[in-house]
Design a protein around this ligand. Structure first.
Ligand code: C5P
Length: 231
């Protein structure tokens, strides 16, 4: 079964407050998006990787100093769109019909571990849809006008990560339904949920953080250094 990964890197990342798009900022000397690509390439279950980049930066992919393994799997980069879902659509449209499983990954999750990618791909191969997630660790408050309205029961809440992996036909159907109904999701599983299809949760690594704020850059550098020290 052919497995393709879409690496969504076309966001501006405004919360990080940098002049260039977030996925092009460097951690440990290479762009965030390349860390994500290398992690996916290190997973034997992933056959091909399609980076989805801001249109003006498509050429930058040529300058990446990717490993031989990543170069073998890298497909030409695709231009993303205004919102994450537009970028996912553009990546999905670029995949050949022979792709059976699609792993959608946020480039901002640069520290994902190849072993976790393998586990979520395996789950989706069995069930049709699976995502990495971690149990919520904090107590969650519902807030309105800076006042607590309620405390949400934490036991049943998980924080969704990526990759999220789907049978290609299922993801296409979910996207078509969402777009026909004008629905915009913040992740891909949300679109598949709306079909009523079962989605398996695979417990991921709390370190698979979405780099969002400036402070996450320094944290990610030290997490990578610690990982290399362990290896
Ligand atoms: O904005 P947020 O952090 O939720 O974005 C998640 C991922 O989706 C990021 O890796 C970002 O680059 C990507 N994205 C995209 N196209 C957009 C918006 C976000 O590829 N228009």
């Amino acid at each position: 079964m052919r497995v393709a990964a879409l690496v969504l890197a076309a966001g501006r990342g405004e919360r990080i407050g940098a002049a260039q798009p977030k996925a092009f900022l460097s951690i440990a000397g290479r762009p965030i998006v390349l860390h994500a690509i290398e992690a996916l390439a290190a997973c034997d279950a992933v056959d091909a990787i399609v980076p989805v980049l801001p249109a003006p930066l498509l050429e930058r992919a040529r300058d990446w100093n990717a490993s031989a393994r990543a170069r073998r799997k890298l497909a030409p980069a695709v231009a993303g769109g205004a919102e994450r879902q537009d970028s996912m659509r553009a990546g999905l449209a670029a995949l050949p019909a022979s792709v059976e499983l699609v792993a959608v990954h946020d480039a901002a999750r640069a520290l994902v571990r190849a072993a976790d990618v393998a586990r979520v791909v395996e789950a989706a191969r069995r069930t049709g849809a699976a995502l990495l997630a971690v149990p919520v660790r904090d107590t969650l408050k519902r807030v309105r006008d800076a006042r607590v309205v309620a405390t949400e029961p934490r036991e049943s809440l998980w924080a969704a990560q990526t990759p999220q992996v789907f049978r290609a036909a299922l993801l296409r159907e979910a996207l078509a339904k969402a777009e026909a109904e004008g629905f915009r999701g913040t992740d891909d599983a949300q679109l598949v949920e709306r079909l009523g299809a079962p989605i398996e949760i695979v417990e991921g690594d709390p370190g698979n953080v979405k780099i969002t704020w400036a402070a996450d850059l320094a944290w990610a550098e030290s997490a990578l250094a610690a990982r290399e020290g362990d290896a």
